[in-house]
Design a protein around this ligand. Structure first.
Ligand SMILES: [Zn+2]
Length: 274
C-alpha cells in the first residue's frame, strides 16, 4: 500500500468520507459550532473497515519506524563528534575495488541491495589476511547504505566497548541506550573483529548486541583476520571457552562467509556459506 497516497479519506461538502468504504468520518476535537479552520487541518476519526484498519496499521508502523530512526540519528550525533565513517573510508566504493573478482563483488553488492531494501537478515563475515582489504569492502557496503539514507555504524569492537565504558562515567547517554542503538540501527559493521583481547565483560556486551540483532532479524557485517577456530581460541584467552564459543557460534549462525584470501595467487576468491 502506498502511504503517500492520502486517498484513504475523501473530503466532501458534508465532511470527510472513508476512501475505502464511503462511511462518513466524524471530525476529531471539533466541539465548537463554527471555526475558520482550513479543511486540511481537520483531523477525522479513523474508519474501522477492513481496508482502513490495514492502512492505519501500516501508517502507524511507518510513523514508529521514522521516529526510531530520528532517535538513533540524534543519539549518534550526541556520541560521535566526527562523521561516523572516517574521511578516507568515505571514498571507497564497489566500482573502485581492484583486488576482488567481479563475481565476489557482485555477491556483496547484491547483499548490500537487499540490506537497503530492509529484506536481509543474514550477516556477512569478511575474512582475509589483510585488514586493509577487509575494511575496504566493509566501507563499500557502508557507503552504499548511507547513500540510500540508511543508518549504519562502522566501528572496531574496541571502540564499541570503549563507548559503553564511557557511558558509565558520563551522563550524556546510558549503557542501555547504546546497546539499543547498536541492536537496532539498519546496519552494524564491526571492523577487524577480535584484533584485541576481550575480557569476560566485553564478550558479554558484544554477545548482547549481536544476539539482539539476530533476534531483531537485522544484518551485521564482521571483518576479521581469523578463521572460526582462531576466533574461538583468541577470544577465549581471557574468558571462558564456553562464552567465546557462544559468541562465535551466534555470528556463524547468522552470517555468510566471504573469503578474500588468495590462497594460490591466481586471483580467485572463494565465497561460501559457512
Ligand atoms: Zn472505511
Amino acid at each position: 500500500m502506498d502511504l503517500e497516497n492520502l486517498n484513504f479519506k475523501v473530503i466532501t461538502n458534508e465532511g470527510a468520507k472513508c476512501g475505502f468504504c464511503n462511511k462518513i468520518l466524524k471530525p476529531k476535537g471539533l466541539d465548537y459550532l463554527y471555526a475558520n479552520v482550513s479543511k486540511d487541518y481537520i483531523e477525522y476519526e479513523r474508519c474501522n473497515c477492513k481496508d482502513a484498519i490495514k492502512f492505519w496499521k501500516e501508517y502507524d508502523l511507518k510513523l514508529y519506524k521514522d521516529e526510531q530512526q530520528k532517535k538513533y540519528k540524534e543519539t549518534i550525533n550526541k556520541i560521535y563528534n566526527d562523521n561516523f565513517l572516517k574521511k578516507r573510508l568515505q571514498k571507497y566504493n564497489f566500482e573502485n575495488i581492484d583486488f576482488l573478482n567481479i563475481e565476489t563483488i557482485k555477491i556483496i553488492e547484491n547483499y548490500t541491495k537487499e540490506c537497503i531494501k530492509g529484506k536481509m537478515k543474514d550477516g556477512i563475515i569478511i575474512y582475509g589476511n589483510f585488514g586493509y582489504e577487509n575494511t575496504y569492502i566493509a566501507a563499500c557496503i557502508a557507503n552504499k547504505m548511507i547513500e540510500n539514507d540508511k543508518i549504519i555504524l562502522m566501528e572496531k569492537s574496541s571502540s564499541i566497548l570503549d563507548r559503553i565504558k564511557e557511558s558509565f562515567n558520563k551522563n550524556t547517554i546510558s549503557e542501555l541506550e547504546l546497546i539499543e542503538l547498536y541492536s537496532n540501527i539498519d546496519m552494524l559493521i564491526i571492523d577487524d573483529f577480535a584484533s584485541e583481547i576481550f575480557s569476560k565483560w566485553a564478550v558479554d556486551e558484544l554477545y548482547k548486541i549481536i544476539n539482539n540483532r539476530y533476534e531483531n532479524e537485522l544484518p551485521i557485517v564482521i571483518t576479521t583476520r581469523y578463521t572460526k577456530e582462531e576466533l574461538i581460541s583468541k577470544i577465549s584467552s581471557e574468558t571462558d571457552l564456553k562464552d567465546a564459543k557462544d559468541l562465535v557460534q551466534i555470528l556463524y549462525k547468522m552470517c555468510y562467509g566471504v573469503s578474500i584470501v588468495n590462497s594460490d595467487f591466481d586471483n580467485k576468491n572463494q565465497v561460501e556459506k559457512v
